[in-house]
Design a protein around this ligand. Sequence first.
Ligand SMILES: C[S@@+](CC[C@H](N)C(=O)[O-])C[C@H]1O[C@@H](n2cnc3c(N)ncnc32)[C@H](O)[C@@H]1O
Length: 79
Amino acid sequence: MFDFQFNGQQLCVDAAREDGSLGRLVNDDEVNPNSKIKVTRVDGRPHLCLFALKDIGSGEEITYNYGNSDWPWRSKVVI
Ligand SMILES: C[S@@+](CC[C@H](N)C(=O)[O-])C[C@H]1O[C@@H](n2cnc3c(N)ncnc32)[C@H](O)[C@@H]1O
């Protein structure tokens, strides 16, 4: 679950819920994301929309930065 604040409202991406949106399939890239999430109003309702930060090639994974959190996959494992 990834939360965003918008005009005092809390919006979230619930990756566990199949709601027909594709945004829930986008992974995190803290260092070099190729898209960014912005809240956009459509018909008066807020939507979380992805905008490209650079050209994204066919077959290239779309990513965005989930923000400042200690996401477990960002930890470096030293063996
Ligand atoms: C919004 S979903 C992204 C889509 C998910 N990977 C899938 O296949 O349904 C968020 C979940 O994806 C995984 N995830 C996202 N970014 C990741 C990354 N950079 N490395 C490893 N797992 C990641 C984590 O399990 C996270 O809880």
